[in-house]
Design a protein around this ligand. Structure first.
Ligand code: PMP
Length: 284
């Protein structure tokens, strides 16, 4: 059966879905997006994702064509139509299309809204058992990484370089400090057992999974420090890990070919992953 996707008010088979070549999302990456994970057929942390979408739109002056409630109903309809049990829903909203290519735009332009499902094993991922290897890579993205835009070429190039080097992903570096992962937030656990992650600012995406984890960590008794850290500090750490909607938590076992800790997935990373999944299942 062909996947059913959503384009501007219609549910259509993916082979029939159409967006104009003049769409500003296509021509200028003038678009925002969100990915919400789906577990047991239910949306995880979706209120946070839709709130961030609204914020991204506000920051860029892109019109929200529907309410968050209507978006949730579209997401749920897609889950049903595609019998999605585990995976994610991708949502993209572009500023729209004015019928030609022009840098400037009218404020009244009608946005383009596209959603589709992606089936994926999130809980039983091999990356959990073995962890992932990352390489350090220069962060060449723009200065508003808190806005979730589809300008993802730097991330594509960085991840391609990681794969070419035999690694799974990157940790991005700016002014000597780790900003975040290629498509995730980055954390280390120091030899003293403190969880360290970069504070929220325009330099990083304010991860929805990060926000949930930060609350859950408080119940575990693990101390948190939100501060900058270098790749050298990460290499000396006891543990390292990443978080995002589609990975939840994945341990990082090597950075630039240097093992982190004993080179095995760290116990705090695995514990936080378990707590996150349990909580997500209980509250979705
Ligand atoms: N940082 C970047 C650059 C990302 O692309 C992502 C994934 N969207 C994240 C962090 C994690 O955000 P979230 O937990 O909301 O998926």
């Amino acid at each position: 059966m062909e996947r059913i996707v959503y384009v501007n008010g219609a549910y259509v088979p993916e082979s029939e879905a159409k967006v104009s070549i003049f769409d500003r999302g296509f021509l200028f990456a003038d678009a925002v997006y969100e990915v919400t994970s789906v577990l047991d057929g239910k949306l995880i942390d979706n209120a946070g994702h839709l709130a961030r979408l609204e914020r991204s739109c506000r920051e860029l002056g892109i019109k929200m064509p529907t309410t968050a409630e209507q978006l949730t109903s579209i997401q749920q309809t897609l889950i049903e139509k595609n019998h999605l049990v585990e995976g994610g829903i991708y949502l993209q909203l572009t500023r729209g299309n004015e019928g030609d290519r022009d840098f400037s735009y009218q404020d009244a332009i009608e946005p383009t809204l596209v959603l589709f499902t992606q089936a994926k094993q999130l809980v039983d991922s091999p990356k959990v058992k073995h962890g992932i290897k990352v390489i350090s890579f220069g962060d060449i993205r723009w200065k508003r990484r808190d806005i979730k835009t589809t300008s993802l070429l730097p991330a594509c190039l960085a991840k391609h370089a990681a794969h070419a080097a035999g690694a799974d992903d990157v940790w991005l570096i700016e002014d000597g400090y780790v900003t975040e992962g290629g498509s995730s937030n980055a954390y280390i656990v120091t030899q003293e057992g403190t969880l360290v992650t970069r504070p929220l600012s325009h330099d990083i995406l304010h991860g929805i999974t990060r926000a949930a984890l930060m609350k859950l960590v408080q119940d575990t008794g693990v101390a948190i420090e939100e501060r900058l850290f270098t790749i050298e500090e990460a290499m000396q750490a006891k543990e390292a890990f990443i978080s995002s909607a589609t990975t939840f938590v994945w341990p990082v076992v090597a950075i630039d070919d240097q093992p982190v800790g004993d080179g095995q997935p760290g116990s705090i990373a695995l514990q936080l992953r378990d707590i996150y999944i349990q909580t997500a299942r209980a509250h979705s």
